[in-house]
Design a protein around this ligand. Structure first.
Ligand code: ZN
Length: 237
């Protein structure tokens, strides 16, 4: 947590990150009602694509918490959301992943360098670390973001789409012969980012690949977020 948040909490008293009401019983970010709501949301089983699992639906509460993780410097929110997920504790995610070969390799979607500098951490890495702890796997930084030499804003829509499809490369030299890869991201929207990650592993990659995200957002409501997220990547390196 940023020091400024600590000072604010000290001076003004703590308020719930979910409903914004002041509360003396935060745990440490949510009031008891919001914790209950969060746990209720996490019982919804979400599989927005083939071999893709999300821990929570996009709701005002879950959106605010992931926003805090990405834009307010509250990196501990990744562990918090994974810990409160019924899907990880005893539901779909745990069941599905228990059926696949071990070890589980949690591979975070890499963050753009400029974003990393601004944020100080990659939220997908924090989520991968929390998942690997909960599900007994390991975090593997096997994907790298490619850098584009031409400003993407000058490209046609088709050229941009092609660049998104090849946005990542796999830096794994000697792939393991057994286990399961789980690509980890914060939000699953159109699936463009995760498809690009799968493409990076290539057709010859022998291990099964799954995708796990904190949130599932239906594409219609996610278009604006997707555009905003990708604009940064269009910049010249
Ligand atoms: Zn609350």
């Amino acid at each position: 947590m940023r020091w400024i948040e600590n000072v604010e909490r000290f001076v003004f008293g703590a308020e719930c990150l979910g409903c914004r009401a002041p509360s003396g019983a935060l745990d440490p970010w949510l009031c008891p009602e919001c914790v209950k709501e969060l746990e209720r949301e996490s019982t919804v089983e979400l599989s927005p694509g083939p071999d893709t699992y999300s821990l929570y639906p996009m709701r005002p509460l879950t959106r605010r918490l992931v926003h805090a993780l990405k834009y307010r410097g509250i990196s501990g929110m990744a562990t918090y959301l994974v810990k409160h997920s019924a899907s990880v504790r005893c539901g779909l995610v745990r069941e599905e992943l228990s059926m696949f070969p071990k070890p589980l390799y949690f591979v975070p979607v890499p963050l753009h360098r400029a974003r990393y500098r601004e944020r100080g951490y990659n939220q997908a890495e924090k989520i991968a670390a929390a998942l690997s702890l909960a599900l007994d796997g390991k975090v593997c930084r096997w994907l790298k973001r490619r850098t584009f030499v031409v400003s993407q804003t000058k490209l046609s829509k088709e050229e941009r789409e092609r660049n998104v499809a090849f946005a990542f490369e796999c830096v794994l030299k000697n792939p393991p012969t057994s286990g399961t890869v789980i690509v980890v991201d914060d939000v699953f929207t159109t699936g463009a980012t995760t498809s690009a990650c799968l493409a990076a592993f290539g057709r010859d990659f022998a291990l099964p690949i799954k995708v796990c995200t904190l949130l599932y957002d239906e594409p219609a409501s996610a278009v604006a977020d997707f555009v905003a997220d990708n604009q940064m990547e269009w910049e010249v390196e």
